[in-house]
Design a protein around this ligand. Structure first.
Ligand code: GTP
Length: 598
Protein backbone atom coordinates (compact mmCIF):
# COMPACT_ATOMS: atom_id res chain seq x y z
CA UNK A 1 0.00 0.00 0.00
CA UNK A 2 1.09 3.58 -0.61
CA UNK A 3 2.88 4.87 2.44
CA UNK A 4 0.62 7.86 2.86
CA UNK A 5 -2.18 5.44 3.71
CA UNK A 6 -0.21 3.52 6.34
CA UNK A 7 -0.20 4.34 10.05
CA UNK A 8 1.94 2.46 12.58
CA UNK A 9 1.04 2.98 16.23
CA UNK A 10 1.12 1.50 19.73
CA UNK A 11 -0.98 1.87 22.82
CA UNK A 12 0.90 2.94 25.91
CA UNK A 13 -0.71 2.80 29.32
CA UNK A 14 -0.18 2.00 32.95
CA UNK A 15 -1.20 -1.52 33.88
CA UNK A 16 -5.00 -1.97 34.09
CA UNK A 17 -5.80 1.34 32.44
CA UNK A 18 -7.43 -0.56 29.58
CA UNK A 19 -4.85 -1.20 26.86
CA UNK A 20 -6.05 -4.70 25.90
CA UNK A 21 -9.72 -3.77 26.06
CA UNK A 22 -9.14 -0.79 23.78
CA UNK A 23 -7.10 -2.90 21.34
CA UNK A 24 -9.96 -5.43 21.17
CA UNK A 25 -12.36 -2.59 20.54
CA UNK A 26 -10.30 -1.22 17.64
CA UNK A 27 -10.03 -4.67 16.09
CA UNK A 28 -13.73 -5.20 16.43
CA UNK A 29 -14.67 -1.76 15.07
CA UNK A 30 -12.57 -2.11 11.97
CA UNK A 31 -14.22 -5.46 11.37
CA UNK A 32 -11.05 -7.50 11.40
CA UNK A 33 -12.98 -10.04 13.34
CA UNK A 34 -16.69 -10.46 13.45
CA UNK A 35 -18.33 -10.69 16.84
CA UNK A 36 -18.47 -14.47 16.82
CA UNK A 37 -14.80 -14.92 16.10
CA UNK A 38 -13.97 -12.19 18.58
CA UNK A 39 -15.68 -14.15 21.28
CA UNK A 40 -13.91 -17.32 20.27
CA UNK A 41 -10.64 -15.54 20.31
CA UNK A 42 -11.18 -14.25 23.78
CA UNK A 43 -12.47 -17.55 25.00
CA UNK A 44 -10.08 -19.87 23.25
CA UNK A 45 -7.16 -18.37 21.45
CA UNK A 46 -5.62 -21.82 21.40
CA UNK A 47 -8.18 -23.14 18.90
CA UNK A 48 -7.36 -20.43 16.41
CA UNK A 49 -3.69 -21.07 16.85
CA UNK A 50 -4.12 -24.74 16.19
CA UNK A 51 -6.17 -24.05 13.10
CA UNK A 52 -3.59 -21.74 11.58
CA UNK A 53 -0.60 -23.56 12.95
CA UNK A 54 0.98 -20.43 14.30
CA UNK A 55 1.05 -18.97 17.76
CA UNK A 56 -0.46 -15.54 18.17
CA UNK A 57 1.61 -14.09 20.94
CA UNK A 58 1.45 -10.39 20.55
CA UNK A 59 -1.53 -8.27 19.81
CA UNK A 60 0.25 -6.78 16.81
CA UNK A 61 -2.41 -6.56 14.12
CA UNK A 62 -3.04 -5.07 10.72
CA UNK A 63 -6.42 -3.36 10.45
CA UNK A 64 -8.08 -1.59 7.53
CA UNK A 65 -10.04 1.52 8.28
CA UNK A 66 -12.24 3.54 5.96
CA UNK A 67 -11.76 7.07 7.21
CA UNK A 68 -14.06 10.07 6.96
CA UNK A 69 -11.78 11.53 4.27
CA UNK A 70 -12.92 8.76 1.95
CA UNK A 71 -9.65 6.85 1.96
CA UNK A 72 -8.88 3.37 3.17
CA UNK A 73 -5.96 3.19 5.59
CA UNK A 74 -3.79 0.30 6.68
CA UNK A 75 -3.36 0.61 10.45
CA UNK A 76 -0.68 -1.45 12.12
CA UNK A 77 -1.30 -1.68 15.86
CA UNK A 78 1.92 -2.77 17.52
CA UNK A 79 1.84 -4.42 20.91
CA UNK A 80 4.30 -3.52 23.66
CA UNK A 81 5.20 -5.69 26.65
CA UNK A 82 3.52 -4.35 29.77
CA UNK A 83 6.23 -5.12 32.26
CA UNK A 84 8.95 -2.92 33.75
CA UNK A 85 11.72 -5.46 33.18
CA UNK A 86 11.25 -5.27 29.41
CA UNK A 87 12.01 -1.59 28.83
CA UNK A 88 14.30 -2.31 25.91
CA UNK A 89 11.68 -4.44 24.13
CA UNK A 90 9.11 -1.70 24.70
CA UNK A 91 11.48 0.87 23.23
CA UNK A 92 12.00 -1.27 20.10
CA UNK A 93 8.26 -1.79 19.61
CA UNK A 94 7.80 1.96 19.89
CA UNK A 95 10.66 2.51 17.45
CA UNK A 96 8.59 0.58 14.90
CA UNK A 97 5.82 3.21 15.17
CA UNK A 98 5.26 6.82 14.22
CA UNK A 99 2.74 7.47 16.97
CA UNK A 100 1.04 6.12 20.08
CA UNK A 101 -2.24 6.33 21.91
CA UNK A 102 -1.51 7.46 25.44
CA UNK A 103 -4.26 5.80 27.44
CA UNK A 104 -4.91 7.08 30.94
CA UNK A 105 -7.64 5.82 33.23
CA UNK A 106 -9.84 8.90 33.81
CA UNK A 107 -10.64 7.79 37.34
CA UNK A 108 -7.04 7.07 38.36
CA UNK A 109 -4.92 9.62 36.54
CA UNK A 110 -1.32 9.47 35.40
CA UNK A 111 0.73 6.67 37.00
CA UNK A 112 4.43 5.79 37.04
CA UNK A 113 4.26 3.43 34.08
CA UNK A 114 2.40 6.05 32.04
CA UNK A 115 5.32 8.40 32.52
CA UNK A 116 8.03 5.82 31.87
CA UNK A 117 6.31 4.81 28.63
CA UNK A 118 5.88 8.42 27.57
CA UNK A 119 9.62 8.99 27.97
CA UNK A 120 10.32 5.99 25.74
CA UNK A 121 7.81 7.26 23.16
CA UNK A 122 9.32 10.74 23.17
CA UNK A 123 12.82 9.26 22.79
CA UNK A 124 11.50 7.70 19.60
CA UNK A 125 9.88 10.99 18.42
CA UNK A 126 6.38 9.56 18.44
CA UNK A 127 3.25 11.63 18.02
CA UNK A 128 1.14 11.08 21.15
CA UNK A 129 -2.64 11.06 21.18
CA UNK A 130 -4.02 11.31 24.72
CA UNK A 131 -7.06 9.10 25.40
CA UNK A 132 -8.93 9.29 28.68
CA UNK A 133 -10.42 5.85 29.19
CA UNK A 134 -13.11 4.57 31.55
CA UNK A 135 -15.20 7.74 31.39
CA UNK A 136 -18.20 5.53 32.16
CA UNK A 137 -16.98 5.17 35.74
CA UNK A 138 -18.64 7.44 38.30
CA UNK A 139 -15.23 8.42 39.65
CA UNK A 140 -13.95 9.60 36.25
CA UNK A 141 -12.65 13.17 36.31
CA UNK A 142 -11.43 13.93 32.77
CA UNK A 143 -10.67 17.60 33.40
CA UNK A 144 -8.41 16.82 36.33
CA UNK A 145 -6.62 14.08 34.40
CA UNK A 146 -6.13 16.38 31.38
CA UNK A 147 -4.44 18.84 33.68
CA UNK A 148 -2.23 16.07 35.08
CA UNK A 149 -1.18 15.09 31.58
CA UNK A 150 -0.31 18.69 30.76
CA UNK A 151 1.49 19.39 34.04
CA UNK A 152 3.36 16.14 34.47
CA UNK A 153 3.98 15.02 30.91
CA UNK A 154 4.01 18.43 29.29
CA UNK A 155 1.91 17.64 26.24
CA UNK A 156 -1.25 19.38 25.10
CA UNK A 157 -4.27 17.45 26.33
CA UNK A 158 -6.95 19.87 25.22
CA UNK A 159 -7.96 17.52 22.41
CA UNK A 160 -7.73 14.36 24.51
CA UNK A 161 -10.34 11.84 23.42
CA UNK A 162 -12.88 10.78 26.02
CA UNK A 163 -13.41 7.05 25.75
CA UNK A 164 -14.78 3.97 27.36
CA UNK A 165 -13.18 0.89 25.89
CA UNK A 166 -15.65 -1.16 27.85
CA UNK A 167 -18.72 0.50 26.35
CA UNK A 168 -17.24 1.32 22.96
CA UNK A 169 -17.37 5.10 23.47
CA UNK A 170 -14.82 7.14 21.50
CA UNK A 171 -13.58 4.30 19.28
CA UNK A 172 -14.26 6.09 16.00
CA UNK A 173 -12.76 9.36 17.27
CA UNK A 174 -9.61 7.43 18.19
CA UNK A 175 -9.32 5.87 14.72
CA UNK A 176 -9.86 9.26 13.06
CA UNK A 177 -7.19 10.82 15.26
CA UNK A 178 -4.75 8.02 14.35
CA UNK A 179 -5.28 8.77 10.67
CA UNK A 180 -5.15 12.57 11.02
CA UNK A 181 -2.46 13.09 13.63
CA UNK A 182 0.05 10.28 13.25
CA UNK A 183 2.43 10.84 10.34
CA UNK A 184 2.77 8.14 7.68
CA UNK A 185 6.05 6.21 7.45
CA UNK A 186 8.73 7.79 5.31
CA UNK A 187 11.11 5.07 4.14
CA UNK A 188 11.99 4.37 0.52
CA UNK A 189 10.84 1.27 -1.30
CA UNK A 190 13.72 1.59 -3.81
CA UNK A 191 16.48 1.43 -1.23
CA UNK A 192 18.04 -1.89 -0.16
CA UNK A 193 16.03 -3.83 2.45
CA UNK A 194 16.25 -2.50 5.99
CA UNK A 195 13.86 -4.10 8.49
CA UNK A 196 13.95 -3.86 12.28
CA UNK A 197 13.11 -6.84 14.49
CA UNK A 198 10.84 -5.80 17.36
CA UNK A 199 9.52 -9.10 18.67
CA UNK A 200 10.01 -12.81 18.18
CA UNK A 201 8.86 -16.03 19.73
CA UNK A 202 9.21 -19.75 19.33
CA UNK A 203 6.45 -21.71 17.66
CA UNK A 204 6.66 -25.45 17.96
CA UNK A 205 5.58 -26.04 14.34
CA UNK A 206 7.09 -23.10 12.51
CA UNK A 207 10.24 -22.42 14.49
CA UNK A 208 10.98 -18.81 15.28
CA UNK A 209 8.37 -16.23 14.28
CA UNK A 210 9.93 -12.79 13.86
CA UNK A 211 7.97 -9.53 13.82
CA UNK A 212 9.52 -6.82 11.71
CA UNK A 213 8.97 -3.23 10.69
CA UNK A 214 10.25 -2.64 7.17
CA UNK A 215 12.04 0.70 7.07
CA UNK A 216 13.27 0.64 3.44
CA UNK A 217 12.96 -1.77 0.53
CA UNK A 218 10.85 -4.94 0.61
CA UNK A 219 11.02 -8.59 1.64
CA UNK A 220 9.23 -11.59 0.15
CA UNK A 221 9.12 -15.38 0.31
CA UNK A 222 12.28 -16.99 -1.06
CA UNK A 223 14.53 -14.01 -0.23
CA UNK A 224 17.90 -14.63 1.36
CA UNK A 225 18.22 -12.44 4.44
CA UNK A 226 20.99 -11.64 6.88
CA UNK A 227 20.77 -10.46 10.49
CA UNK A 228 23.29 -7.65 10.69
CA UNK A 229 24.38 -8.06 14.32
CA UNK A 230 25.01 -11.81 14.15
CA UNK A 231 25.83 -12.15 10.45
CA UNK A 232 23.56 -15.21 10.25
CA UNK A 233 21.82 -15.89 6.94
CA UNK A 234 18.48 -17.58 6.28
CA UNK A 235 15.93 -18.03 3.54
CA UNK A 236 12.46 -16.57 4.08
CA UNK A 237 9.82 -19.31 3.86
CA UNK A 238 6.78 -17.33 4.87
CA UNK A 239 5.78 -13.65 5.02
CA UNK A 240 2.56 -12.52 6.61
CA UNK A 241 0.55 -10.28 8.85
CA UNK A 242 -1.75 -10.85 11.80
CA UNK A 243 -5.33 -9.77 11.23
CA UNK A 244 -5.27 -10.98 14.10
CA UNK A 245 -5.25 -14.43 12.51
CA UNK A 246 -2.01 -15.15 10.67
CA UNK A 247 -2.42 -14.37 6.97
CA UNK A 248 0.24 -14.84 4.30
CA UNK A 249 1.06 -11.86 2.08
CA UNK A 250 3.24 -11.61 -1.03
CA UNK A 251 5.62 -9.11 0.43
CA UNK A 252 6.18 -6.54 3.14
CA UNK A 253 7.43 -3.20 1.86
CA UNK A 254 8.77 0.06 3.30
CA UNK A 255 6.56 1.29 6.14
CA UNK A 256 4.78 -2.02 6.68
CA UNK A 257 4.74 -4.35 9.67
CA UNK A 258 4.37 -8.12 9.69
CA UNK A 259 6.02 -11.44 10.43
CA UNK A 260 8.57 -13.57 8.66
CA UNK A 261 9.45 -17.22 9.15
CA UNK A 262 12.84 -18.30 7.90
CA UNK A 263 13.71 -21.73 9.26
CA UNK A 264 15.29 -20.26 12.39
CA UNK A 265 15.49 -22.97 15.02
CA UNK A 266 16.51 -21.07 18.12
CA UNK A 267 15.12 -17.93 19.63
CA UNK A 268 18.55 -16.79 20.71
CA UNK A 269 19.53 -16.40 17.05
CA UNK A 270 17.11 -13.49 16.75
CA UNK A 271 17.90 -10.38 18.75
CA UNK A 272 15.29 -7.72 19.33
CA UNK A 273 16.36 -4.45 17.73
CA UNK A 274 18.54 -6.16 15.11
CA UNK A 275 18.33 -5.17 11.43
CA UNK A 276 17.54 -7.58 8.61
CA UNK A 277 18.78 -6.90 5.08
CA UNK A 278 19.57 -8.75 1.83
CA UNK A 279 23.13 -10.16 1.83
CA UNK A 280 23.61 -9.48 -1.91
CA UNK A 281 22.38 -5.88 -1.71
CA UNK A 282 22.75 -4.81 1.91
CA UNK A 283 21.65 -1.54 3.47
CA UNK A 284 24.57 0.71 4.41
CA UNK A 285 23.47 1.46 7.95
CA UNK A 286 21.58 -0.79 10.34
CA UNK A 287 18.58 0.72 12.12
CA UNK A 288 19.98 2.61 15.15
CA UNK A 289 19.46 1.71 18.80
CA UNK A 290 20.34 -1.99 18.74
CA UNK A 291 21.79 -3.38 21.90
CA UNK A 292 22.31 -6.83 23.21
CA UNK A 293 20.15 -7.20 26.31
CA UNK A 294 22.07 -8.38 29.30
CA UNK A 295 20.67 -9.82 32.49
CA UNK A 296 20.83 -7.42 35.42
CA UNK A 297 19.75 -9.60 38.32
CA UNK A 298 21.35 -12.93 39.18
CA UNK A 299 20.73 -15.67 41.67
CA UNK A 300 21.85 -19.22 42.28
CA UNK A 301 19.20 -21.90 41.74
CA UNK A 302 19.85 -25.32 43.26
CA UNK A 303 17.84 -28.50 43.47
CA UNK A 304 17.04 -29.43 47.07
CA UNK A 305 17.68 -33.01 46.08
CA UNK A 306 20.95 -33.37 44.16
CA UNK A 307 19.32 -36.09 42.02
CA UNK A 308 17.22 -33.36 40.35
CA UNK A 309 20.22 -31.54 38.85
CA UNK A 310 19.70 -32.89 35.32
CA UNK A 311 15.98 -32.19 35.48
CA UNK A 312 16.73 -28.62 36.50
CA UNK A 313 19.08 -28.20 33.55
CA UNK A 314 16.46 -29.62 31.15
CA UNK A 315 13.83 -27.29 32.59
CA UNK A 316 16.07 -24.24 32.18
CA UNK A 317 16.83 -25.26 28.60
CA UNK A 318 13.13 -25.64 27.83
CA UNK A 319 12.27 -22.28 29.35
CA UNK A 320 14.99 -20.53 27.41
CA UNK A 321 13.52 -21.83 24.15
CA UNK A 322 10.72 -19.35 24.74
CA UNK A 323 12.63 -16.71 26.61
CA UNK A 324 16.09 -16.07 25.30
CA UNK A 325 16.78 -13.41 27.93
CA UNK A 326 17.31 -16.02 30.66
CA UNK A 327 20.94 -17.03 31.09
CA UNK A 328 22.23 -19.94 33.13
CA UNK A 329 25.59 -21.45 33.84
CA UNK A 330 26.54 -24.39 36.03
CA UNK A 331 27.73 -23.27 39.42
CA UNK A 332 29.13 -25.13 42.33
CA UNK A 333 28.51 -23.93 45.86
CA UNK A 334 30.32 -25.45 48.80
CA UNK A 335 27.09 -25.16 50.75
CA UNK A 336 24.45 -26.05 48.18
CA UNK A 337 26.28 -28.38 45.82
CA UNK A 338 25.68 -28.28 42.06
CA UNK A 339 23.24 -25.79 40.61
CA UNK A 340 23.04 -22.89 38.19
CA UNK A 341 23.84 -19.21 38.29
CA UNK A 342 20.87 -17.69 36.50
CA UNK A 343 20.51 -14.19 35.05
CA UNK A 344 17.28 -12.24 34.52
CA UNK A 345 16.17 -8.91 33.09
CA UNK A 346 14.72 -7.83 36.41
CA UNK A 347 13.16 -8.94 39.64
CA UNK A 348 9.72 -9.74 38.31
CA UNK A 349 11.26 -11.73 35.47
CA UNK A 350 13.23 -13.70 38.06
CA UNK A 351 10.16 -14.44 40.14
CA UNK A 352 8.19 -15.60 37.12
CA UNK A 353 10.95 -17.99 36.05
CA UNK A 354 11.40 -19.42 39.55
CA UNK A 355 7.71 -20.00 39.85
CA UNK A 356 7.50 -21.69 36.44
CA UNK A 357 10.39 -23.98 37.31
CA UNK A 358 8.66 -25.13 40.46
CA UNK A 359 5.14 -25.35 39.05
CA UNK A 360 5.53 -26.52 35.48
CA UNK A 361 8.52 -28.75 36.07
CA UNK A 362 7.64 -29.83 39.56
CA UNK A 363 11.08 -29.09 40.96
CA UNK A 364 11.90 -28.45 44.58
CA UNK A 365 14.45 -25.64 44.50
CA UNK A 366 16.55 -23.42 46.69
CA UNK A 367 17.33 -19.97 45.34
CA UNK A 368 19.89 -17.66 46.79
CA UNK A 369 19.24 -13.98 47.35
CA UNK A 370 19.26 -11.94 44.13
CA UNK A 371 22.30 -9.83 43.37
CA UNK A 372 23.14 -7.22 40.79
CA UNK A 373 26.27 -7.00 38.64
CA UNK A 374 29.03 -5.16 40.47
CA UNK A 375 31.99 -3.61 38.71
CA UNK A 376 35.14 -4.24 40.70
CA UNK A 377 38.29 -2.25 39.97
CA UNK A 378 41.36 -4.08 41.20
CA UNK A 379 44.57 -2.45 42.34
CA UNK A 380 46.40 -4.08 39.44
CA UNK A 381 44.13 -2.22 36.98
CA UNK A 382 41.86 -5.14 36.08
CA UNK A 383 38.12 -4.55 36.03
CA UNK A 384 35.83 -7.47 36.87
CA UNK A 385 32.09 -7.79 36.53
CA UNK A 386 30.78 -9.80 39.44
CA UNK A 387 27.31 -11.25 39.82
CA UNK A 388 28.02 -13.51 42.78
CA UNK A 389 29.26 -12.23 46.15
CA UNK A 390 31.36 -15.39 46.47
CA UNK A 391 33.50 -14.22 43.51
CA UNK A 392 34.55 -10.94 45.10
CA UNK A 393 38.36 -10.72 45.24
CA UNK A 394 40.11 -10.37 48.63
CA UNK A 395 39.63 -6.93 50.19
CA UNK A 396 43.31 -6.09 49.78
CA UNK A 397 43.09 -6.43 45.97
CA UNK A 398 40.13 -4.09 45.56
CA UNK A 399 40.59 -0.48 44.55
CA UNK A 400 36.89 0.37 44.20
CA UNK A 401 33.49 -1.25 43.71
CA UNK A 402 30.84 0.32 41.53
CA UNK A 403 27.20 -0.66 41.59
CA UNK A 404 24.31 -0.06 39.16
CA UNK A 405 21.81 2.69 39.95
CA UNK A 406 18.31 3.18 38.64
CA UNK A 407 16.25 6.32 38.20
CA UNK A 408 12.92 5.48 39.82
CA UNK A 409 9.65 7.30 39.22
CA UNK A 410 7.17 6.89 42.04
CA UNK A 411 3.71 8.36 42.26
CA UNK A 412 2.19 8.31 45.71
CA UNK A 413 -0.91 9.73 47.41
CA UNK A 414 0.32 12.51 49.72
CA UNK A 415 -1.10 10.84 52.86
CA UNK A 416 1.50 8.06 52.48
CA UNK A 417 4.37 10.34 51.55
CA UNK A 418 6.14 10.16 54.95
CA UNK A 419 6.47 6.38 54.88
CA UNK A 420 7.70 6.37 51.30
CA UNK A 421 10.34 9.05 51.86
CA UNK A 422 11.60 7.10 54.85
CA UNK A 423 11.77 3.89 52.81
CA UNK A 424 13.69 5.66 50.06
CA UNK A 425 16.17 6.96 52.58
CA UNK A 426 16.66 3.49 54.09
CA UNK A 427 17.31 2.26 50.56
CA UNK A 428 20.07 4.84 50.01
CA UNK A 429 17.93 6.82 47.56
CA UNK A 430 18.98 10.25 46.30
CA UNK A 431 16.16 12.66 45.59
CA UNK A 432 16.19 14.11 42.08
CA UNK A 433 12.70 15.52 41.86
CA UNK A 434 9.67 16.14 44.04
CA UNK A 435 6.45 17.59 42.66
CA UNK A 436 2.78 17.69 43.44
CA UNK A 437 0.73 16.35 40.51
CA UNK A 438 -2.43 17.47 42.24
CA UNK A 439 -3.28 18.28 45.85
CA UNK A 440 -3.54 14.59 46.62
CA UNK A 441 -0.63 13.06 44.73
CA UNK A 442 3.10 13.51 44.56
CA UNK A 443 5.57 12.40 41.92
CA UNK A 444 9.05 11.53 43.11
CA UNK A 445 12.18 10.84 41.13
CA UNK A 446 14.96 9.07 43.00
CA UNK A 447 18.25 7.52 42.13
CA UNK A 448 18.51 4.25 44.03
CA UNK A 449 21.10 1.48 43.95
CA UNK A 450 19.54 -1.42 42.06
CA UNK A 451 20.79 -3.79 44.76
CA UNK A 452 18.45 -2.08 47.26
CA UNK A 453 15.51 -2.40 44.88
CA UNK A 454 15.98 -6.09 44.15
CA UNK A 455 15.72 -6.83 47.81
CA UNK A 456 12.20 -6.30 49.02
CA UNK A 457 11.58 -2.77 47.76
CA UNK A 458 8.41 -3.16 45.77
CA UNK A 459 6.56 -5.13 48.43
CA UNK A 460 7.47 -2.59 51.05
CA UNK A 461 6.45 0.32 48.87
CA UNK A 462 3.10 -1.36 48.28
CA UNK A 463 2.54 -2.17 51.93
CA UNK A 464 3.42 1.34 53.10
CA UNK A 465 0.95 2.86 50.64
CA UNK A 466 -1.83 0.23 50.88
CA UNK A 467 -1.09 -0.57 47.25
CA UNK A 468 -1.65 2.98 45.99
CA UNK A 469 1.88 3.85 44.93
CA UNK A 470 3.00 3.17 41.38
CA UNK A 471 6.61 2.60 40.50
CA UNK A 472 8.72 2.33 37.36
CA UNK A 473 12.42 2.70 36.64
CA UNK A 474 15.19 2.92 34.12
CA UNK A 475 18.92 2.37 34.47
CA UNK A 476 20.97 5.42 35.20
CA UNK A 477 24.51 3.99 35.27
CA UNK A 478 27.26 2.78 37.60
CA UNK A 479 28.55 4.67 40.65
CA UNK A 480 31.26 3.88 43.18
CA UNK A 481 29.98 2.91 46.65
CA UNK A 482 31.64 1.86 49.88
CA UNK A 483 30.63 -1.79 49.67
CA UNK A 484 31.81 -4.78 51.68
CA UNK A 485 31.13 -8.50 51.63
CA UNK A 486 29.27 -9.82 54.62
CA UNK A 487 29.92 -13.50 55.26
CA UNK A 488 27.89 -15.87 57.39
CA UNK A 489 29.59 -18.72 59.25
CA UNK A 490 27.74 -21.70 60.61
CA UNK A 491 29.78 -23.57 63.19
CA UNK A 492 32.82 -21.63 62.00
CA UNK A 493 32.33 -22.68 58.37
CA UNK A 494 31.62 -19.84 55.91
CA UNK A 495 28.45 -20.57 53.90
CA UNK A 496 29.13 -19.15 50.44
CA UNK A 497 25.47 -19.10 49.44
CA UNK A 498 24.66 -16.77 52.34
CA UNK A 499 27.27 -14.10 51.56
CA UNK A 500 25.93 -10.71 50.56
CA UNK A 501 27.43 -7.44 49.40
CA UNK A 502 26.24 -4.50 51.49
CA UNK A 503 27.05 -0.86 52.09
CA UNK A 504 29.60 -0.50 54.88
CA UNK A 505 27.28 1.77 56.88
CA UNK A 506 24.61 -0.93 56.87
CA UNK A 507 26.90 -3.89 57.45
CA UNK A 508 26.67 -3.96 61.24
CA UNK A 509 22.93 -3.85 61.62
CA UNK A 510 22.38 -6.13 58.61
CA UNK A 511 24.84 -8.64 60.06
CA UNK A 512 23.09 -8.51 63.44
CA UNK A 513 19.67 -8.84 61.83
CA UNK A 514 20.69 -11.70 59.59
CA UNK A 515 22.21 -13.66 62.45
CA UNK A 516 19.00 -13.17 64.48
CA UNK A 517 16.82 -14.24 61.56
CA UNK A 518 18.94 -17.34 60.96
CA UNK A 519 18.72 -18.23 64.61
CA UNK A 520 14.94 -18.30 64.27
CA UNK A 521 15.03 -20.28 61.04
CA UNK A 522 17.60 -22.96 61.82
CA UNK A 523 15.96 -25.68 63.89
CA UNK A 524 17.56 -27.05 67.00
CA UNK A 525 19.97 -29.89 66.37
CA UNK A 526 21.64 -32.45 68.61
CA UNK A 527 24.43 -29.94 69.29
CA UNK A 528 24.84 -26.17 69.63
CA UNK A 529 24.96 -24.28 66.33
CA UNK A 530 26.99 -21.08 66.30
CA UNK A 531 25.96 -18.49 63.71
CA UNK A 532 28.33 -15.62 63.02
CA UNK A 533 28.44 -12.65 60.67
CA UNK A 534 31.85 -11.45 59.53
CA UNK A 535 33.48 -8.83 57.35
CA UNK A 536 36.83 -10.24 56.29
CA UNK A 537 38.28 -11.78 59.44
CA UNK A 538 36.29 -9.62 61.77
CA UNK A 539 33.24 -11.15 63.47
CA UNK A 540 30.57 -8.46 63.80
CA UNK A 541 27.64 -10.44 65.20
CA UNK A 542 26.98 -13.86 66.66
CA UNK A 543 24.20 -16.03 67.98
CA UNK A 544 23.68 -19.64 69.01
CA UNK A 545 20.95 -22.17 68.34
CA UNK A 546 20.98 -24.28 71.48
CA UNK A 547 20.94 -28.07 71.24
CA UNK A 548 17.83 -30.08 72.16
CA UNK A 549 17.71 -30.75 75.81
CA UNK A 550 16.26 -34.19 75.30
CA UNK A 551 15.67 -36.60 72.51
CA UNK A 552 12.69 -35.49 70.41
CA UNK A 553 10.76 -38.63 70.97
CA UNK A 554 11.28 -38.52 74.71
CA UNK A 555 8.16 -36.47 75.22
CA UNK A 556 6.04 -39.25 73.77
CA UNK A 557 4.49 -41.52 76.27
CA UNK A 558 6.54 -44.64 76.50
CA UNK A 559 4.24 -47.12 74.77
CA UNK A 560 2.54 -44.97 72.14
CA UNK A 561 4.35 -46.29 69.11
CA UNK A 562 2.05 -44.75 66.45
CA UNK A 563 2.56 -41.35 67.89
CA UNK A 564 6.29 -41.85 67.99
CA UNK A 565 6.27 -42.96 64.37
CA UNK A 566 4.26 -39.95 63.34
CA UNK A 567 6.73 -37.63 64.96
CA UNK A 568 9.63 -39.27 63.19
CA UNK A 569 7.74 -39.16 59.89
CA UNK A 570 7.09 -35.49 60.34
CA UNK A 571 10.74 -34.89 61.05
CA UNK A 572 11.67 -36.71 57.86
CA UNK A 573 9.21 -34.61 55.84
CA UNK A 574 10.72 -31.48 57.32
CA UNK A 575 14.16 -32.63 56.27
CA UNK A 576 13.21 -32.74 52.61
CA UNK A 577 13.32 -28.98 52.37
CA UNK A 578 16.55 -28.74 54.32
CA UNK A 579 20.05 -28.51 53.01
CA UNK A 580 22.82 -30.01 55.03
CA UNK A 581 25.63 -27.57 55.71
CA UNK A 582 28.39 -29.47 57.45
CA UNK A 583 26.34 -31.36 60.01
CA UNK A 584 23.69 -28.69 60.31
CA UNK A 585 20.29 -28.86 58.63
CA UNK A 586 19.48 -25.45 57.15
CA UNK A 587 15.98 -24.80 55.78
CA UNK A 588 15.54 -23.12 52.42
CA UNK A 589 14.01 -20.01 54.02
CA UNK A 590 17.44 -19.27 55.49
CA UNK A 591 18.86 -18.59 52.03
CA UNK A 592 16.26 -15.95 51.49
CA UNK A 593 16.44 -14.46 55.00
CA UNK A 594 18.48 -11.64 53.56
CA UNK A 595 15.38 -10.52 51.64
CA UNK A 596 13.62 -9.84 54.89
CA UNK A 597 16.24 -7.62 56.48
CA UNK A 598 14.93 -4.32 57.85
P1 GTP B 1 -2.85 -5.32 31.39
O1 GTP B 1 -3.23 -6.19 30.21
O2 GTP B 1 -2.94 -6.04 32.70
O3 GTP B 1 -1.63 -4.50 31.17
O4 GTP B 1 -3.99 -4.25 31.54
P2 GTP B 1 -4.55 -3.38 30.40
O5 GTP B 1 -4.04 -2.01 30.50
O6 GTP B 1 -4.49 -4.09 29.09
O7 GTP B 1 -6.04 -3.29 30.88
P3 GTP B 1 -7.26 -4.20 30.46
O8 GTP B 1 -7.72 -3.86 29.09
O9 GTP B 1 -7.00 -5.61 30.80
O10 GTP B 1 -8.33 -3.58 31.46
C1 GTP B 1 -8.16 -3.63 32.86
C2 GTP B 1 -9.53 -3.67 33.53
O11 GTP B 1 -10.23 -2.46 33.28
C3 GTP B 1 -10.42 -4.78 33.00
O12 GTP B 1 -11.13 -5.29 34.10
C4 GTP B 1 -11.34 -4.09 32.02
O13 GTP B 1 -12.58 -4.73 31.89
C5 GTP B 1 -11.49 -2.72 32.66
N1 GTP B 1 -11.76 -1.67 31.68
C6 GTP B 1 -11.09 -1.42 30.52
N2 GTP B 1 -11.63 -0.36 29.88
C7 GTP B 1 -12.67 0.06 30.65
C8 GTP B 1 -13.62 1.12 30.54
O14 GTP B 1 -13.64 1.89 29.60
N3 GTP B 1 -14.50 1.25 31.56
C9 GTP B 1 -14.52 0.42 32.63
N4 GTP B 1 -15.44 0.62 33.58
N5 GTP B 1 -13.64 -0.59 32.77
C10 GTP B 1 -12.73 -0.78 31.79
Amino acid sequence: MEQKFIRNFSIIAHIDHGKSTLADRLIEYTGALDKRLMKEQVLDKMDIERERGITIKAQTVRLYYDADDGNRYQLNLIDTPGHVDFTYEVSRSLAACEGALLVVDASQGVEAQTIANVYLALDNDLELIPVLNKIDLPGADPEKVKKEIEDVIGIDASEAILASAKEGIGTKEILEAVVRKIPPPSGSIDEPLKAMVFDSWYDSYQGVVTLIRVIDGKVKKGDKIIFMSSGKEYEVTRVGVFTPLAKDVDELSAGEVGFIIAGIKELKDVSIGDTITHPDNPTKQPFPGFKKVKPVVFCGIYPVDTKDYDDLRDALEKLSLNDSSITFEPENSAALGFGFRCGFLGLLHMEIVQERLEREFDLNLISTAPTVVYRVKKRNGDVLEIDNPADLPPVGDIEAIEEPYILATIIVPSEYLGGVLQLLQEKRGIQKNFNYISEQRVILEYEIPLSEVVIDFYDRLKSRTKGYASFDYEFSGYKASDLVKLDILINKEPVDALSIIVHRDHAYYKGRDLVDKLKELIPRQMFDVAIQAAIGNKIIARSTVKAYRKNVTAKCYGGDITRKKKLLERQKEGKKRMKQIGKVDVPQEAFLAVLKLG
